[in-house]
Write a protein that binds this ligand. Structure first.
Ligand SMILES: C[S@@+](CC[C@H](N)C(=O)[O-])C[C@H]1O[C@@H](n2cnc3c(N)ncnc32)[C@H](O)[C@@H]1O
Length: 221
């Protein structure tokens, strides 16, 4: 159970989206790297960093990231893993992630366009998803960095993740305690589809809310 903060996400996300619809490109220092943020792509924040820090993986394990954005989480995790795949519904994000991986000289990682698991094949030790948190209409794929119409992406993720997760695999799911979202949605979806929470990672944000990473595994039979 996560208690809501007083922070309403929609006004600040709308402002950010106006900015991400311009030609503005910039670089951010994150996870010990310089990551390029191209137009139309999620700019990364403390949630990306918390996710990269929370994922536990070993050199003989593979991973999948749903919703890779700039690729920062996948690139950081790939340095500790056998190999990985990052996908995103936004083709601008996939192109941005490929360029960042090349700049970081990472060659055990593939990026491609996929609506959640649509184009994914294989089984993974670790599946990562830092989703758009807020239930809100989206007029294009850029807006899907924050907004998930009818929470469909998150519902599809929990409904289908079992088809791609190894038996002893781990799910890392990003979340926040915004006032204007159903903060308990991941717990309800996990319960419905047979997963249990095994770890919670939490980071405060200066705007008086928290980011979370929720680690789930399959419910023991
Ligand atoms: C909050 S951003 C996270 C980006 C990156 N993982 C990070 O932490 O910096 C959410 C990402 O999910 C992607 N996304 C939204 N809906 C999706 C869907 N149906 N299938 C795949 N990716 C999706 C967005 O385009 C966006 O890049």
């Amino acid at each position: 159970m996560i208690k809501k903060s007083n922070f309403h996400s929609i006004p600040s996300q709308a402002k950010r989206l106006d900015e991400r619809h311009t030609d503005n490109s910039f670089e951010v220092a994150i996870c010990g790297m310089k990551i390029a943020v191209e137009p139309g792509v999620y700019q990364t924040s403390e949630d990306s960093e918390l996710m990269a820090e929370s994922v536990e993986i070993t050199k003989n394990q593979n991973f999948l990231e749903i919703g890779c954005g700039t690729g920062v989480v996948s690139i950081s995790v790939a340095k500790r893993a056998a190999n990985g795949i990052g996908v995103d519904i936004n083709e601008k994000a996939v192109a941005n992630a490929r360029r960042n991986a090349e700049a970081q000289k990472i060659d055990n990682l593939q990026f491609f366009v996929s609506d959640v698991f649509e184009k994914v094949t294989g089984n993974f030790d670790v599946i990562i998803c830092n989703p758009p948190y807020t239930k809100h209409d989206a007029k294009d794929n850029i807006e899907r960095m924050f907004w998930d119409p009818e929470n469909e992406m998150k519902q599809t993720f929990f409904k289908e993740v079992g088809g791609y997760l190894k038996m002893r695999g781990k799910i890392y799911f990003g979340w926040a305690d915004f006032a204007d979202i159903d903060t308990n949605l991941p717990f309800k979806l996990a319960e419905k589809h047979g997963y249990i929470l095994v770890n919670t990672f939490k980071k405060p944000h200066k705007n008086d809310f928290h980011f979370y990473v929720l680690e789930f595994t399959r419910k023991p039979a």
